[in-house]
Design a protein. Structure first.
Length: 416
């Protein structure tokens, strides 16, 4: 039985402007947990700020005055103009942030000194970037811009004015390419570019133990999502491999091409990948695959845990989630965000930050709710996207539970 919840603590934000964390495929915290990196529109335009968690001082690190760049999840904005909110990633060891401004691939250091590394080639659309664990390489995924060539006013729908057409189907029918573009973070030189045909890549992650390997995705797969979502590129071998295949996993669940799979991430040692999804006509699940043996472990969630969410992991193997959990018999709040639903089978109406201890071999997942995030999930920026501190003592998340989006944290101590 679950006890009381912990209080959430405001980290940064105001009723006058929006403040959010960076996307969760990178940390928003410096390696010593002293500084948190934030995206805020307090200047009238989105920019990156660094907050000192001891003194409360906030320093502006980018100086964008052009709005938001058009990219994945920011569909209705202007190509080659503005800050790529999806592009911002942090090298938490060296306190360097990387991002796309207009058509430039840029870096800003701890003090906000900006420099241009390289330029995005014409005719390409970008998405979430990633920096290697050693800080030496930056991966910028790009796709032929035809994938998002449309008029948001006449061909867009929903809160984010996403295309009414099936983007992946256009990519397949017109044989559009994606590109894994890897740059030297010191010189800005392009180290290599790998073309991935018939593919729309939005997420990339270097193996934390081997920067020659990049985890990447096929976004919003129009068919076979259960086996088309997650892929691995090994640059040293110049080899591409499918990560989740069909078959039986250790806990007796059948993996199918008709499943829905999403939000892959590396385990810290680079030996396994964590992901989540839902079985075809079945419950949600969280999974793990050993990348050497390709052994799979998947844990099915309770049938009524059907609220969309994200799973991330700390340095010790513990999970955190912003969806799925609900108390027994609880009637969930009804959110007017149905237009923000992608191809996933779950509605965005989760209200809790909860942590999980996975016993993969036993097929059990122990849930502990920590607090209510109460975000309305209205658009990408209001997704909580929780992340652990490096010490594992706090969880940070974004939430719009009023007029604006703010950043909070909650203690990982079990509520008593």
């Amino acid at each position: 039985m679950f006890g009381p919840l912990n209080p959430r603590e405001l980290v940064s934000g105001s009723d006058d402007y929006n403040t959010q964390l960076l996307y969760f495929t990178c940390s928003s915290l410096s390696a010593d947990d002293r500084f948190v990196y934030l995206i805020s529109d307090r200047t009238g335009f989105p920019n990156v700020f660094r907050r000192d968690l001891e003194t409360g001082e906030e320093v502006q690190l980018t100086h964008n005055t052009h709005g938001t760049l058009k990219s994945y999840v920011y569909f209705e904005n202007t190509p080659e103009w503005g800050l790529g909110k999806a592009s911002i990633c942090l090298d938490c060891t060296h306190n360097q942030i990387y991002y796309i401004q207009d058509s430039h691939i840029c870096c800003s250091d701890f003090e906000g000194k900006e420099r241009i590394l390289n330029t995005v080639p014409n005719g390409r659309m970008t998405a979430f970037t990633h920096v290697s664990a050693d800080g030496a390489r930056l991966c910028v995924p790009m796709t032929d811009s035809r994938c998002l060539d449309y008029d948001p006013d006449t061909e867009g729908s929903g809160l984010d004015r996403r295309p009414v057409y099936d983007i992946d189907k256009r990519v397949q029918d017109e044989h559009l390419n994606s590109y894994l573009c890897v740059y030297d973070t010191n010189t800005g030189n392009l180290l290599y570019e790998k073309t991935i045909p018939d593919c729309w890549i939005t997420h990339v992650q270097f193996n934390p133990a081997n920067p020659e390997q990049i985890l990447y995705n096929h976004e919003w797969a129009s068919f076979d999502c259960g086996i088309r979502r997650i892929w691995l590129y090994d640059h040293q071998k110049d080899q591409i491999s499918r990560v989740r295949t069909e078959g039986m996993e250790h806990n007796g669940h059948m993996r199918s091409r008709h499943d829905w799979v999403c939000h892959e991430m590396w385990q810290d040692d680079g030996k396994a990948v964590i992901y989540h999804g839902a079985y075809d006509q079945g419950p949600a699940f969280v999974g793990k695959v050993d990348m050497e043996t390709r052994d799979y472990w998947e844990i099915a969630l309770p049938e009524d845990y059907n609220a969309y969410g994200h799973f991330t992991m700390d340095h010790f193997g513990h999970l955190v989630c912003d969806g799925y959990f609900k108390f027994p018999g609880e009637i969930k709040a009804v959110f007017d965000n149905s237009t923000d639903n992608g191809p996933d089978p779950h509605k965005k109406d989760g209200s809790y930050i909860s942590v999980q201890n996975a016993e993969w071999e036993k097929g059990t997942l122990h849930w502990q709710p920590l607090c209510r995030h109460e975000s309305d999930w209205m658009g990408q920026d209001a997704h909580p996207h929780p992340i652990y501190s490096h010490k594992g003592d706090y969880i940070y998340f974004s939430s719009r539970n009023g007029k604006t989006i703010k950043v909070y944290r909650v203690s990982c101590e079990v509520p008593v």
